[in-house]
Unconditional design. Structure first.
Length: 454
């Protein structure tokens, strides 16, 4: 078994390196000599291959993202995002932790099989000052450990500028798990990264949110984050979300919370306040809506010049909810090139309404995969099963043909019974990437929400 690649955070700056150092986001480091270098949105990667020996290694350094406020929670989240989504069936490992000067680092490793050979994924996360960076090592041999160790040991982190309101009362101080939000660009791999809507709104994706503007009004559609114990352990989830996003960035006055008039099932979590931006001194009337669903927390932040402007543009909560529809971006063929997949499933236990006896389980599952090629061709596969366990119906359909792409439309030839199908197409920006939405024009119930896997 390959040994873990332990790292040392160099807060002391004592090492001297002859090779040219690089700066990527808040990370300074010395890259491995002779390795192939590739830079993408939010990622710089170095790789090497020994064709004769059949060995390889890849070192990936990701730009910082907003922290959940819990270092172990950050590690678990990044393991799911950067390892499990690429190499399935890798269990979440235990992690080694190191803490120094406001930074907490976690490390863990897991095994996967690549081209018939055992390979290993090692994840290092470093959390501090509201941010988390991730470093992933992928390899099928321990002979690269010395080089990788040497690179990781050169890492020096630049502390983000965390502003504090020293005059604020204790109750208004930022929570220890606050999230820092910045205007760091991030087109999420979307070439047409500005959408001008007919009603005057303009949307652009950033690293931590989609910014939607109209005149003097700004709306931030914060990307979803996982609902973990760092939310549950600090009281009401919606209050924890407000404290994470708003308290670190604004001086808040006249805070008001939406009254749901007692217990509710579909509660509305909404805040209004007069706020002053700490970094600029600008004053706004702000709204903040929290959505809690499917184990995730999503937030909408609204900044307007005055209460009157806010009430004019958002007279009710339906107008606030509708802002999610502006996370919408056009597609191009070059953005589509690759493999996109979706899978889903559901099951229900059945009982006899007369006797109460167990009557079996009904289940349904499906998986869909599209591969789009730069030459304008495509292939897709659609598999699934449904029915009572033990007597299920299975399907497996394959198609291939040509694709035509025009911003919001995709046309695919040679579909069911050889027919050509027209689809509405759009990207939804998410943290570190995008989701491809395809909706059949003649049957809107057929909709795919696809993520890029290759």
């Amino acid at each position: 078994m390959i040994r873990l690649i332990y790292f040392i955070l160099l807060f002391f700056g004592c090492a001297v390196h002859a090779q040219q150092r690089e700066t990527f986001d808040i990370i300074n480091f010395t890259p491995p000599a002779g390795w192939k270098r590739e830079i993408k949105d939010g990622l710089v990667a170095f790789s090497t291959v020994d064709q004769r020996a059949g060995t390889w290694a890849q070192l990936e350094i990701y730009s910082s993202i907003a922290s959940s406020g819990n270092a172990r929670g950050d590690f678990e989240h990044e393991w799911k995002e950067l390892v499990v989504k690429r190499f399935t069936d890798i269990p979440l490992p235990d992690s080694e932790a190191v803490t120094e000067e406001g930074w907490t680092a976690h490390q863990g490793a897991g095994m996967f099989v690549w081209q018939g050979k055992p390979s290993y994924a090692v994840l290092n996360t470093i959390t501090g000052y509201g941010r988390v960076i991730s470093i992933v090592v992928l390899t099928n041999s321990d002979k690269y450990n010395t080089v990788i160790d040497r690179v990781i040991q050169t890492i020096d982190l630049v502390k983000p500028n965390v502003e504090k309101d020293l005059n604020a009362p204790p109750s208004a101080q930022p929570a220890s798990n606050a999230i820092l939000i910045s205007d760091k660009p991030g087109n999420q791999g979307i070439s047409i990264s500005t959408t001008n809507f007919d009603d005057g709104w303009t949307a652009k994706p950033y690293a931590d949110y989609v910014k939607v503007t109209k005149g003097a009004i700004t709306v931030l559609l914060h990307y979803a984050i996982e609902l973990d114990d760092s939310f549950r352990n600090v009281g009401l989830i919606e209050d924890a979300a407000f404290n994470r996003y708003m308290q670190p960035r604004y001086v808040i006055n006249n805070l008001r919370k939406y009254d749901n008039n007692g217990p509710c099932y579909f509660c509305i979590y909404f805040y209004e306040a007069d706020v002053t931006e700490k970094s600029t001194g600008k004053k706004f009337y702000a709204g903040f809506r929290v959505f809690i669903e499917s184990g995730m927390v999503r937030c909408i932040e609204i900044l307007t010049p005055s209460m009157q402007d806010f009430q004019r543009e958002f007279p009710n909560q339906k107008k606030v909810e509708a802002m999610w529809d502006y996370n919408k971006f056009a597609v191009t063929l070059s953005d589509l090139v690759g493999t996109w997949e979706e899978s889903s499933g559901a099951a229900a236990n059945m009982y006899n309404v007369v006797t109460g006896a167990y009557a079996g389980m009904s289940t349904a599952s499906s998986a869909h995969s599209f591969t789009f090629n730069a030459d304008g061709t495509y292939n897709s596969r659609h598999t699934g099963a449904h029915g009572m366990v033990g007597n299920m119906t299975f399907f497996d359909q394959k198609y291939d043909g040509k694709i035509t792409v025009t911003n919001w439309d995709v046309t695919m030839t040679n579909r069911w019974e050889g027919k050509t199908e027209a689809w509405w197409a759009q990207f939804e920006a998410v943290r570190g990437g995008r989701i491809l939405h395809l909706t059949r024009k003649t049957a809107s119930g057929i909709h795919y929400a696809l993520v890029k896997t290759k």
